[in-house]
Structure formats: structure tokens, C-alpha cells
Design a protein around this ligand. Structure first.
Ligand code: NAD
Ligand code: TYD
Length: 352
């Protein structure tokens, strides 16, 4: 079996669902259930004998040690993190605590557990750390895409904390021989994405008749990957990645934010036209830019393609259509995640 951390969040939940349906191997999901963790994401596997949920903090070393001793996983996949750049600007503490201290405590517990395994199990054990392209910093329009050797130049408290966690993971391999793998992926989108991030925020605001807040000039470029393609990349790296190596994961799909917003508006015009016959793009509102806003991210995923034969299955056109349709089909999920705490965040962030 495997231990997943952060499995009730956006990517972790998609990973657990796909893992059980495609691999069938039991999973224990350790999640603190912060504002971003939502057990409803995994309602469809509640009661499945192959699935165990444990509420807990990766920074709680004693708890993690107990879990490892009890379940004896052959791998740990670490999704648990604070993940939203804007929140890291308003309050970095939780990012330092979970992303840095939490990853450290998790690594410590895993190191002790790994050391206690029989030689054959030690050989096959893996610790896969899920990270982000944001650790590499910002590119100009003409720079080549990030490859795995690009220097780390994080610009937000979020990306700096993820960079620190990547370094710790590397150090545990170099120093203690822990069999680690790291993936650095570009921006994901898809089902169960919390509506504080660009794509789901635009969908839910559009449907609610609210403003669509575009930061600065809207020309910041991100590479977008459908979440299930990220999950397939993680499965592939876990299966065949070179121990100690880093793999960049991306969708070969760079787009300026404003184009993403226009695409969502056009899909909604088609799938759920406004009652007043007007276009959703009329709801776009340019707002103050994010401080330290990275201009462009782009991922060179050729190593993963050439060494491990991975390619995304979804194009942006097919993935974004599925995503918008998922939000249209799941109004209750949207209603429930927009709880009091969510409303507080929106008020703070978009006050002006
Ligand atoms: P998310 O914010 O949706 O989910 C994070 C999950 O981690 C939540 O369920 C939360 O409850 C849990 N968690 C937080 N702190 C914890 C702690 N101390 N102990 C245990 N659980 C804790 O995030 P996501 O978008 O699903 O991202 C998952 C991982 O992938 C993160 O490490 C993130 O840095 C990375 N990543 C995300 C993206 C993206 O576009 N979303 C891209 C590349 C990499
Ligand atoms: P986000 O989804 O927060 O991901 P990240 O910052 O990790 O890339 O934001 C994606 C892009 O969209 C980023 O350039 C910031 C921009 N953005 C907006 O323009 N308006 C918004 O309301 C949000 C949340 C993001």
C-alpha cells in the first residue's frame, strides 16, 4: 500500500481517486483538513476497503511514525502543503510551518521507518515529493522553458517555502540515502479545484454574476496541465523514475491569463448563456496586480517524455471544456466550499 499526504485537496484527491480505480492498491490518506481539504472530494470511495482516511498533520512526527509502523507503506507521496500564492502574501506563517517544517518532520519519520525495513523493502521504497515550477522564479518572454537544472529563484513566500522543501528532500537523499523522487509541475486545473485559484474562481464568479478579477494587465503567462495528466505523471515517476532525480511536468500549453479568462467566458456563453443575453466577458474587471507577480512560467518536460515516455492525454481545449462542465454539473460542491471561511478570504483579497 501507499501513504498519500494532502489527499483531500485538489490534486491529492484526484490522485487518490485515479490510483484506486487504475492501480487498485490500498491507500492511506493523511490530511490535516485545512480550509483546502475537503472530504467531499473523496465521498465516492468512502467505505471502500482499500481506502483509509486519517486526519493529521505532516508536522506531527509522532503521529506520522505511528502511521508508518501501522500501515507499512511501500511508498509515500507528499502532496500536503499550503498552496495559494495570494494567501502566502497575506500570511506566510502557515506556509513555513507546513511546507518547510512539515516536510522536514515527514522526512525524518520516513527516514527512521525506511531504515527499519528489510533490505529488499528498503531497496524498492520511494518517497515522492510533489512540487511546483514556481521554485524556478520568473521567465522573460524570450527565455527557454525551465528544465530540471534551472536555478532556484523563488519570488513568493509560497514558492520559497516549496523551494526549501525541495532542498530538504534532496538533502535526505544525498545525506541519508533516502530513495526520493521530486516532481516540479506547472499550473493544474480540473475537478475539485478550490475556487480561490484563477480558473475555478473565474467559473464560480461568472456564474454568480460577479466581477472576474484579472490582476495587472492579465498578460502573465502560465503553463496549464489537466490535473489527471499530473496524476499520471506522478504514477509514472513513482514506477520508473531514477532515485534522487527531479522531473519537470508540464502541458506544453503556455497561455496569458486574460486568454484563459476569455476561453472560460466563451465556454460559459455556449454551455450556460447569461439570462440577459449578454457575454460573460463583460464581467471582467482589471484589479491591482499581485506583489512580486511572476511574469511567465514555462516547463520543459522533455526529460519525463524521453526517459519515462510520459505525455499528457488532454489538450487544453478538451481539458478546460471538461473542467467548466464539471463545475456546471456540481453546483452543490461549489455551494458547500463557499463557506464562511471562504467568504472571509474573498472579502480580504478583493476588498478594493
Ligand atoms: P490544495 O491546497 O488544494 O490541497 C492541499 C491539501 O494539503 C489539503 O487537503 C490540506 O488540508 C492538506 N494539508 C495542508 N497542510 C497540511 C498538513 N500540515 N498536514 C497534512 N495535510 C495538510 O493543494 P493542491 O493544489 O492540491 O496542491 C497539492 C500539491 O501540489 C502541493 O504540494 C502543491 O505545492 C503542489 N502543486 C500544485 C500545483 C497547482 O497548480 N495546484 C501545481 C504544482 C504543484
Ligand atoms: P493562481 O491560480 O493563483 O496560480 P499561481 O499564482 O500559483 O500561478 O493564479 C494563476 C494566475 O492568475 C496568476 O498569474 C495570478 C492570476 N490571477 C488573477 O489574475 N486573478 C485572480 O483572481 C487570481 C486568483 C489569479
Amino acid at each position: 500500500m501507499i501513504l498519500v499526504t494532502g489527499g483531500a485537496g485538489f490534486i491529492g484527491a484526484n490522485f487518490v481517486l485515479d490510483w484506486l480505480s487504475l492501480m487498485g492498491e490500498p491507500v492511506v490518506n493523511l490530511d490535516k483538513l485545512t480550509y483546502a481539504g475537503n472530504l467531499e472530494n473523496l465521498a465516492s470511495i468512502q467505505g471502500d476497503a482499500r481506502y483509509t482516511f486519517v486526519q493529521g498533520d505532516i508536522a506531527d512526527g509522532g503521529r506520522v511514525r505511528e502511521l508508518l509502523a501501522q500501515y507499512r507503506p511501500r511508498a509515500v507521496v507528499n502532496f500536503a502543503a499550503e498552496s495559494h500564492v495570494d494567501r502566502s502574501i497575506h500570511g506566510p506563517d502557515d506556509f513555513i510551518q507546513t511546507n518547510i517544517v512539515g516536510t522536514f518532520r515527514l522526512l525524518e519519520a520516513v527516514r527512521v521507518y525506511w531504515g527499519s525495513l528489510a533490505a529488499a523493502d528498503r531497496e524498492t521504497f520511494r518517497f515522492l515529493h510533489v512540487s511546483t515550477d514556481e521554485v524556478y522564479g520568473s521567465l522573460s518572454a524570450s527565455d527557454p522553458a525551465f528544465d530540471e537544472t534551472h536555478r532556484y529563484e523563488p519570488n513568493s513566500p509560497y514558492s520559497a517555502s516549496k523551494a526549501a522543501s525541495d532542498h530538504l528532500v534532496r538533502a535526505y537523499h544525498m545525506t541519508y540515502g533516502l530513495p526520493v523522487l521530486t516532481t516540479n509541475c506547472s499550473n493544474n486545473y480540473g475537478p475539485y479545484h478550490f475556487p480561490e485559484k484563477l480558473i475555478p474562481l473565474m467559473v464560480v464568479n461568472a456564474l454568480a454574476g460577479k466581477a472576474l478579477p484579472v490582476y495587472g494587465d492579465g498578460q502573465q503567462v502560465r503553463d496549464w496541465l489537466y490535473v489527471k495528466d499530473h496524476c499520471s505523471a506522478i504514477r509514472r515517476v513513482l514506477e520508473a523514475g531514477q532515485v534522487g532525480d527531479v522531473y519537470n511536468v508540464g502541458g506544453w500549453n503556455e497561455m496569458p491569463n486574460i486568454e484563459i479568462v476569455h476561453t472560460i467566458c466563451a465556454l460559459l456563453d455556449e454551455l450556460r448563456p447569461r439570462a440577459d443575453g449578454r457575454y460573460y466577458r463583460e464581467q471582467i474587471s482589471y484589479v491591482a496586480d499581485r506583489p512580486g507577480h511572476d511574469r511567465r512560467y514555462a516547463i520543459d518536460a522533455r526529460k519525463l517524455e524521453h526517459e519515462l515516455g510520459w505525455r499528457p492525454a488532454e489538450t487544453f481545449e478538451s481539458g478546460i471544456r471538461k473542467t467548466v462542465q464539471w463545475y456546471l454539473d456540481n453546483p452543490q460542491w461549489i455551494d458547500r466550499v463557499q463557506s464562511g471561511a471562504y467568504r472571509d478570504w474573498i472579502r480580504i483579497q478583493y476588498a478594493e
